[in-house]
Write a protein that binds this ligand. Structure first.
Ligand code: PLP
Length: 359
């Protein structure tokens, strides 16, 4: 069976380093917000070309905390409207709701699956204060158009970069990352981070993630407990230097899929520029998706659906269930994610391609 993502194989090369770090960690006896978190924050800020990196508990919290920090700074107010792609993982929407803000859904471009910048203007109302972008599947959003809109309407631009580690970002400077194990840079548990060039925002964020306190038992904000775990930070510092090579390997898998899958029943993703995609996922579309998934499974290939139900159709988001977002709905009915990682072998890729071509 070819796994959708073989995490054991992916992390195996780091095992010796993980074990010696763990021994060091046990010997030191410092478990929360120690040098490992500080060091990783420094490493990831440098890698990301950002002034600040704030380690947090997970990717969802990274987004919630950015929004809450902007509320603390007076840039956002409860009830403000935030433009967000309708075609995303539900976390992007939940972050907005958890910060007492209002999501305004915008349909994607059917070619890129990312938010369609040309549909944003018509959604901008007096209460609109920010755009939360998502670089879905690892593909850069059309940033120049978005930055222009942001400038024209005085909107904050925030990026959900949970699927986009290593992307050469453009324009905005405040991003939330997830280090969930299956992401391009994955921990061995939960983890997340925010990168930003905004000094004031960073100061509030360092405090918000730790009970709203930057001095022990002095609380300036109604904060949360969402700290990046010390051991996860240590593991992430071990893996970070290999991220670029892993992303290159993902691109090479994508290049083979794009060149060699020729079955006309299958719609391949478009990729105009390989410099603007880190292939967190390789997502194809087909009309009889469930049928194709079963066929692949019977031929020893595991696939995953990202995602079967769009956020606005989820039971949890009943207030939005009546929205009609046909492009998003079509995508959710037709998508299927092929195995994608840096540890797929050439033989495995060949088997996936030939199986698809005989479907
Ligand atoms: C994974 C993911 C998140 C949330 O990350 P967690 O670490 O699981 O909280 C947010 N947005 C997108 C687009 C994601 O893929």
């Amino acid at each position: 069976m070819i796994k959708f993502l073989d995490l054991q194989k992916l992390n195996q090369p780091f095992e010796t380093q993980f074990l010696s770090k763990t021994k060091e960690f046990l010997d030191k006896g410092w478990y929360i917000l120690g040098n490992e978190v500080k060091q990783f924050e420094k490493n990831f800020a440098q890698y990301s070309n950002a002034k600040h990196c704030i380690g947090v508990g997970n990717g969802l919290d990274a987004l919630v905390l950015i929004l809450k920090a902007y509320i603390q700074l007076g840039n956002l107010q409860k009830g403000d409207e935030i433009i967000v792609p309708a075609n995303t993982y539900i976390a992007s929407i939940l972050a907005i709701l958890q910060a007492d803000l209002v999501p305004v859904f915008v349909e994607p471009n059917i070619e890129s699956y990312n938010i369609n910048p040309d549909l944003i203007s018509e959604k901008i109302a007096p209460k609109t204060k920010a755009i939360l972008l998502v670089h879905l599947y690892g593909q850069l959003v059309e940033m120049d158009k978005i930055m222009e809109l942001g400038y024209k309407h005085n909107l904050l631009i925030i990026e959900d970069a949970a699927q986009a580690h290593g992307l050469p970002f453009e324009g905005s400077h405040t991003r939330g990352f997830s280090f969930y194990p299956g992401k391009n840079l994955g921990a061995l548990g939960d983890g997340g981070a925010i990168t930003t060039n905004d000094d004031k925002l960073a100061e509030v964020l360092f405090s918000l993630r730790n009970y709203g306190s930057d001095k022990k038992y002095h609380n300036d904000y109604i904060g949360v407990n969402s700290r990046l775990d010390e051991l996860q930070a240590a593991f992430l510092s071990i893996k970070l230097p290999h991220l670029n090579a892993e992303n290159e390997a993902r691109k090479n898998v994508a290049k083979r899929y794009l060149a060699e899958i020729t079955n006309t029943k299958i719609v391949l993703p478009t990729c105009e520029n390989f410099d603007k995609h880190v292939f967190h996922l390789f997502v194809i579309r087909t009309e009889k998706r469930d049928n194709l998934q079963e066929y692949l499974w019977n031929n020893g290939i595991e696939t995953v659906i990202h995602y079967p139900i769009p956020p606005h159709k989820q039971k949890a988001l009943q207030n939005f269930n009546q929205l009609s977002l046909p492009i998003t709905e079509k995508i959710h009915q037709e998508v299927l994610s092929l195995p994608m990682s840096s540890v797929l072998s050439d033989d495995e890729i060949s088997h996936i391609i030939s199986t698809l071509n005989t479907y």
